[in-house]
Design a protein around this ligand. Structure first.
Ligand code: HPA
Length: 275
């Protein structure tokens, strides 16, 4: 097993980034597949490839870029991850959450995390955006397994308030002003890379999950640990296994993501201005 990062590693990453961007960001964003170019809206953005940042993991998924982008939208300064780390790529779970404590050290006060997900609840359809207010993680691993780093948080920490209600309320109101509804949801985390079996989806449904995906939860746990409130938005790219019986393919997931992108980007922009 790879040796867990220490406080000095996170600090070295943050110091390198701060030197490049010259200012503390207000909001950190982790954008799921296909949404990364939200950052392109600012012509004066500063792009930092992950491979340049000391101790930062470098993502392998071909359609995701691996770069941090610092940009401004109105008054707000954002640091955006364009491409994230997934457990199914082979990373340790703590590595998939590595950027979160770095964002804390940069001085970020809030986090927005997005992802693509399969719809379990029949109240959703592909293309819907869901505001996640809780999750279920059946995998026994945790990004906080191993020595605790007290500079970030305590050993045993509360998970009840990390999905920030105030940001969720703002997101829902902004969606309405743009002409659509954000439904609430509970995210069921599965490690992948295989999509789930119909029985697994039935199980998740019985447990209370309404969407399913292969990312986000490690990052949320790390955010709870270091006290960074999160707004989590899932794009329902397909109905989960067994719900309609249709084949689930990566093409469908990416295609729905592309269809929703313009709406998602408008929503993100409205939210960023108001939180
Ligand atoms: N399952 C898991 N992850 C996903 C799905 C799914 O159906 N769709 C998009 N990401």
């Amino acid at each position: 097993m790879i040796k867990k990062a220490e406080f000095s590693d996170y600090k070295a990453s943050a110091d390198f980034i701060l030197e490049k961007i010259g200012d503390s960001p207000d909001i950190a964003m982790i954008l799921g597949s296909g949404l990364g170019d939200y950052a392109d809206l600012d012509e004066n953005r500063i792009v930092i490839p992950y491979r340049d940042i000391p101790h930062f993991p470098v993502s392998t998924v071909s359609y995701q870029k691996g770069e941090l982008v610092f940009c401004k939208r109105g008054e707000k300064k954002l640091i955006i991850m364009n491409g994230r780390f997934h457990y199914y790529e082979g990373w340790e779970m703590w590595q998939t959450a590595y950027p979160i404590p770095v964002f804390k050290l940069l001085g970020c006060k809030k986090t927005i995390i997005t992802n693509a997900a399969g719809g379990i609840s029949e109240k959703y359809k592909p293309g819907d955006i869901v505001c996640v207010n809780d999750h279920i993680k059946l995998s026994p691993d945790s990004p906080l397994r191993g020595a605790n780093i007290p500079e970030f948080g305590v050993r045993f920490f509360d998970m009840q308030h990390v999905y920030d209600k105030d940001m969720a309320d703002i997101a829902k109101a902004k969606a309405v002003s743009l002409g659509f509804e954000l439904k609430d949801g509970v995210y069921g985390y599965m490690t992948g890379p295989q999509y789930e079996t119909p029985s697994e989806i039935r199980m998740l449904k019985m447990l209370g999950a309404t969407v399913v995906g292969m990312s986000t939860v490690a990052e949320i746990i790390a955010a709870a640990h270091c006290g960074l409130p999160v707004l989590c938005l899932s794009c329902v790219t397909n109905m989960a296994a067994g719900i309609t019986g249709a084949q689930i393919t990566e093409e469908e997931v990416l295609e729905t993501g592309r269809t929703v992108k313009a709406r998602f980007v408008s929503l993100l922009d409205e939210i960023v201005k108001s939180i």
